[in-house]
Ligand binder design. Structure first.
Ligand code: HEC
Length: 155
């Protein structure tokens, strides 16, 4: 009698958990099947579209600059120049947003070169902006400036 009741209880428990399982499966499936085509599409169009087109249009100098920027600057300034590199939360003041057209147009190329060469300390800005004089050649700093200029352009 006892064992019969136990098996019955057990089978009810099993049934309920099976039901729950299949429900959650269904949810998971329907969620992912409805979400994945969209997210793949948007990821594709936002990544391959403008980004790919932009990198095709880079000049030789800008491509060199991009390489150097990605290697040395993106940790703080962000891949896309928005001042949101993964190290930026440590920084106060934050690296500024290179995509801000108005802000960037106030900088002459000479001033940009100087800031990068001498670092924040050399131009009365935050000493957390390192000096690149020792690491990058003059022409390399110019490449980086060519590349940074692109962030504030829409094309
Ligand atoms: C350790 C983090 C860090 C790295 C790496 C770094 N920067 Fe900076 N940079 C900063 C900070 C912080 C500022 C903001 C200084 C301020 O506003 O006082 C800054 C400011 C600048 C500015 C001046 C813009 C402004 O708003 O005044 C330029 C240009 C610049 N960085 C270029 C570069 C380039 C090019 C590289 C790579 C070669 C680089 N930075 C690497 C932290 C960094």
């Amino acid at each position: 009698m006892l064992s019969l009741k136990m098996t019955r209880d057990l089978s009810i428990v099993l049934l309920v958990s099976l039901l729950l399982l299949s429900c959650s499966r269904k949810n998971g499936l329907s969620q992912s099947s409805s979400a994945s085509p969209d997210s793949i599409n948007t990821a594709d169009s936002s990544k391959a579209g403008p980004a790919a087109a932009a990198s095709i249009r880079l000049t030789y100098e800008q491509r060199q600059g991009k390489h150097l920027y990605t290697k040395y600057c993106a940790v703080c300034h962000g891949e896309e120049g928005k001042g949101d590199g993964f190290n930026s939360y440590n920084l106060d003041p934050k690296p500024r947003n290179f995509t801000d057209t108005i802000y960037m147009s106030a900088f002459s190329d000479t001033r940009l070169l100087e800031t990068i060469r001498e670092g924040g300390r050399g131009v009365n800005k935050s000493p957390l902006m390192p000096s690149w004089e020792g690491r990058l050649k003059r022409v390399e700093i110019e490449y980086v400036v060519f590349y940074i200029r692109r962030f504030a352009k829409s094309n």
